[in-house]
Design a protein around this ligand. Structure first.
Ligand code: NI
Length: 160
């Protein structure tokens, strides 16, 4: 059992994580094929194999995901949806919902994909409870065929 239990504050030679907090080195034990698959994944993303940097990103992402469950936490993210603007009064209803969340919707982009379909992307920033409520309202409208809310960060995670 040599993993998880030891952590030292020996300065690391890895690249800096972008803030001033002290780096801590720890060792992790994983199956060899899992590590190989992990390295392959890093390389597919076009990076040199920098496990530390990738693991830091994964840790941050998991912390963001966890804190999104707290309604009071400020989250930053985007909502993507595709819909057929010919369906009923969908465009009017989409507009009405969005006008109730002017504090949370930072920016929107609308792309007319073809004769029927529209792609709309909303940049969002606000309390988690409001952001999720907005996403539920929009994605629940009849005619919205694809939709996904992706929270990229929380206000706190930006400082990590
Ligand atoms: Ni359109």
């Amino acid at each position: 059992m040599d993993d998880h239990h030891q952590a030292s504050t020996t300065p690391s030679t890895d690249d800096a994580p972008g803030d001033s907090s002290q780096l801590v080195r720890f060792s992790v034990t994983v199956p060899e094929d899992l590590l190989r698959a992990f390295d392959d994944r890093i390389l597919r993303k076009g990076d040199v194999v920098n496990r530390s940097s990738t693991i830091r990103d994964l840790i941050r992402a998991s912390l963001v995901e966890e804190s999104q469950r707290t309604p009071e936490v400020e989250v930053i993210g985007s909502l993507t949806m595709i819909y057929d603007h010919h369906i009923g009064d969908l465009t009017r209803r989409l507009d009405e919902v969005q006008h109730d969340y002017t504090d949370e919707i930072v920016s929107t982009m609308h792309v007319h994909l073809d004769h029927h379909n529209c792609l709309e992307i909303l940049a969002l920033k606000g309390r988690g409870s409001r952001i999720y409520e907005l996403a539920d309202h929009l994605l629940g409208l009849r005619g919205v065929s694809h939709g996904k809310l992706a929270c990229a960060a929380t206000e706190n995670s930006l400082g990590l």
